[in-house]
Design a protein around this ligand. Structure first.
Ligand code: ADP
Ligand code: MG
Length: 801
């Protein structure tokens, strides 16, 4: 049908005619302009004015470019073979998975290999493998380009010469129409002379520098002089993937060409987002969005694209966020259809319990406990997260909740991430609950118990004698059976995957109530995004009388100051934590290991006992050392971040963070929360390398220096965990916030919670409204299928349904 296109016919004829004819035809520009209006980019229409004044070779080239735009090249060339025939109906995203890249006959071997490199196996994965950014490879006129822009340029070689100006080695003089410009190279290679033969028309891609009206291309790529679908706003894909497959400078281009073919052929995907939502936000249909994100229109604003603000991109970001929200809300709705244990609580229960505590509860604790108790009284399972800064007193909240359960003759399981913490909880629970529960009604189950001891506990739990079992991962062992598990408490949530949580939930007939406690102050957007299935209680108040920890940044050269404070504190009988960053085995950087640091501190404080704790030690050894420190027999504890969570040592007043710039802010904030818990004032020293104290001459180094310092200063300025987490999110991005589900796990490809807060709000709102209206998504079958496809496993949707 496109052969009926008069413009195309004319152009094809012209391209095939000889130079004499081409030089003679008149007013071609105007004719074509009329014929082409609306069919090619505006820039080309404007350039048509120049057509008549071009020499034949240029005319031909320019016509070829127009032809490329006219043809949906190279798409018409894709041969349709039997097994990849386009169905009459549109594809669903499920159909797309059936088309394997390797079986697509339209793709070249090299194109297929580029997909293999990025481990994309089928068309679905390909279409959802979104570009990271875009590169301007549009065919341009040199005079229309601004300094720093990139583009593809056709030009004729006037001259090539060796030069020796600084780094500059070769200069090529080029002519485009009547404009002379140059291509500059910082190397001198024979193939430059082969490529840049005088008089030849060449095609170059690169960045343009404009200096005093002189235009030059800086070390451009030398291209074959023919049309190429990538001469456009070209997507830049990540080439991360199978490291055994080598890449070349051309891999990305093979991938682009392959993607273009796939997009053209398969992007006609059926939408799963209902129309009323699309219309409300002016979102384009899925097929259009998918096509656009891989192959934006030529006239699109590149900055807008690279900031992911184009409506087609937004539509796909919305999809990601909306599907996750919907999965979470749907999960929550499903859970609430399951019966749970009904925990009856006497009216004066809380007042009663408080009388027997060694302190008065804070208002935040009371409010949180009330929220929990009211959940427990309902017959649907609680699913609540208790968010509380370090030291806000989460343990007692958990203890009181489990007491309410025990008084109803049901059981609770409390899971802690480390043995030391499980032990500490066990002691605290026994202490808090002494007036109500006998010692044998509270049990500690950890991996280091002998199998006889374990068996004894299994038996006691199964018989129902044990009311509260506290432990580590050992609680997840299948041999542990409960009589009536009504409450699951997970402390320091981030250490456990959703899978582990779910394995505990499946232990009894009814669904237990679930409460997760985290000390990571999660910014609101992250909480919304990742924990949409949970209700949230905030412990936003510290117990009275806590003195804020004094935080100071010190550079290596000021280490003496640090040692004199430590000395003072040790003389007063206080204790000191020193924390080193974890050493990743793959990391080549020369980090001071905790072991070296340990020796260092031993030498600096010969009169005191310094002990070392690190992750590779056996559990018993860690416990022994921690115990020693707790009892005050050791004075300085040097460790890797294993002490990060929960350990309570009121006599410790100094926290030294070595190589502080390598830590996340929230992580440091949690660490310093370990001190200043007793009646004494606490100090936190952030040790930074000397490089951070001096301005750097390299401007990018200087920038990162200032950024590193700015980050650390936030800790000096504020003691509010939520504020710190917000700043950390702003400066480092979601992936780095300690304790937040890894972005990989959440499955976000496009969404950036920092950037897309607004879309997240919309997605949350729409998901909630949809679930309110139709909790089982029975009216949205296609959408429900997609939710299951993405999240059935992750959120255990099948078994709770
Ligand atoms: P986190 O929220 O970090 O887990 P913990 O539960 O370990 O905090 O509590 C920190 C310390 O504060 C513990 O020693 C605990 O006994 C104490 N504590 C908890 N609540 C209060 C309170 N309301 N008043 C005084 N001290 C409290
Ligand atoms: Mg705790």
């Amino acid at each position: 049908m496109e052969n009926n296109n008069p413009a195309k016919n004319l152009i094809e004829k012209l391209i095939n005619s000889d130079d004499v004819y081409l030089s003679r035809v008149k007013s071609l520009g105007d004719t074509l302009k009329t014929l082409l209006k609306g069919k090619v980019p505006e820039g080309i229409l404007q350039d048509l004015q120049l057509l008549d004044s071009m020499n034949p070779a240029k005319k031909r080239n320019f016509l070829k470019i127009i032809l490329f735009h006219l043809n949906s090249q190279p798409y018409n060339e894709i041969k349709t073979t039997k097994n990849e025939e386009k169905p009459k109906n549109r594809f669903t995203i499920f159909d797309l998975e059936k088309y394997e890249i390797n079986n697509l006959s339209s793709l070249t071997t090299l194109e297929k290999k580029s997909f293999k490199k990025i481990m994309v196996k089928n068309v679905y994965q390909a279409l959802y493998n979104f570009p990271e950014k875009y590169e301007d490879r549009r065919v341009k006129k040199i005079l229309k380009v601004k300094d720093g822009e990139t583009g593809t340029f056709y030009a004729q070689v006037e001259d090539i010469k060796k030069v020796n100006r600084g780094k500059l080695k070769v200069e090529v003089i080029l002519r485009q129409d009547n404009v002379l410009f140059s291509a500059l190279f910082f190397y001198d290679k024979p193939y430059l002379y082969t490529y840049f033969r005088k008089g030849r028309t060449v095609k170059l891609f690169g960045k343009v520098s404009v200096y005093k009206k002189n235009y030059s291309l800086i070390q451009p790529d030398l291209l074959e002089e023919k049309e190429d679908p990538i001469d456009t706003i070209a997507p830049v894909y990540s080439l991360r993937g199978d490291s055994s497959i080598k890449t070349t400078g051309q891999t990305i281009n093979h991938l682009r060409r392959g993607m273009f073919k796939i997009v053209e052929k398969f992007s006609d995907v059926k939408d799963y987002i209902p129309n009323f939502i699309l219309e409300k936000y002016n979102f384009p249909p899925l097929s259009k969005a998918l096509k656009f994100i891989h192959h934006p229109d030529e006239n699109t604003d590149i900055d807008e694209l690279n900031n992911f603000q184009n409506i087609h991109q937004k539509r796909l970001i919305f999809d990601e966020l909306f599907l996750l929200q919907l999965a979470q809300k749907y999960r929550k709705a499903l859970l609430q259809r399951n019966p749970s244990y009904n925990i009856k609580v006497k009216e004066d229960f809380l007042q009663e319990v408080e009388k027997n505590l060694p302190f008065q509860l804070t208002n935040a604790q009371k409010r949180t406990i009330k929220e929990i108790l009211s959940d427990l009284e309902k017959e649907v399972p609680m699913n609540r997260m208790v968010l509380g800064d370090v030291g806000s007193g989460k343990t007692v909240v958990a203890a009181i909740s489990s007491l309410a359960v025990a008084l109803n003759n049901y059981q609770s399981a409390v899971m802690a991430p480390t043995e030391i913490l499980a032990q500490q909880h066990y002691n605290n629970f026994k202490n808090f609950l002494k007036p109500y529960l006998k010692d044998y009604e509270i049990a500690l189950l950890t991996g280091s118990l002998s199998s006889t001891e374990k068996k004894k506990i299994y038996k006691a739990v199964e018989s129902g004698i044990v009311k509260v079992v506290i432990g580590t991962h050992a609680l997840l062992e299948e041999k542990l059976k409960f009589k009536d598990l009504a409450l699951v408490v997970v402390d320091e949530q981030h250490r456990f995957g959703v899978e582990q949580r779910k394995s505990l939930i499946e232990r009894s007939e009814k669904k237990p109530h679930v409460m997760v406690m985290t000390a990571t102050p999660i910014p609101r957007t992250l909480a919304l995004a990742y924990y949409g299935d949970l209700d949230i209680s905030k412990l936003d108040e510290l117990p009275k009388g806590r003195k804020p920890v004094k935080t100071v940044i010190l550079f290596e050269k000021e280490r003496d100051k640090l040692y004199s404070v430590i000395k003072q504190e040790l003389e007063k009988g206080r204790q000191v934590f020193v924390v080193y960053p974890l050493i990743q085995e793959s990391e080549k950087t020369d980090l001071k290991s905790a072991e070296e640091g340990f020796k260092h501190y031993q030498e600096a404080f010969p009169d005191y006992k310094v002990v070392l704790l690190h992750g590779k030690m056996k559990q018993e050894e860690k416990d022994r050392i921690m115990q020693e420190f707790k009892e005050g027999k050791a004075h300085i504890l040097v460790s890797t971040t294993v002490i990060e969570v929960g350990v309570d040592i009121p006599n410790a007043t100094v926290m030294v963070i070595e190589e502080a710039h390598r830590f996340g802010l929230s992580q440091i904030h949690q660490l310093r929360g370990r001190i200043g818990r007793g009646q004494y004032e606490g100090y936190c020293f952030l040790m930074a390398p000397d490089e951070l104290s001096q301005p750097q001459s390299d401007s990018s180094k200087e920038k990162s220096r200032l950024k590193a310092l700015e980050r650390l200063k936030i800790l000096v300025k504020t003691n509010n965990g939520f504020e710190i987490a917000e700043k950390d999110l702003e400066l480092r991005g979601a992936g780095d916030i300690a304790g937040v589900r890894q972005s990989g796990e959440s499955g976000f490809i496009l969404a950036d919670l920092k950037r897309d807060e607004e879309l997240l709000e919309i997605a949350t709102k729409e998901a909630q409204e949809m679930i309110n209206q139709d909790p089982t998504l029975s009216k949205y079958k296609e959408l429900k299928d997609v939710v299951y496809k993405m999240y059935a496993d992750k959120f255990d949707l099948v078994s709770i349904a």
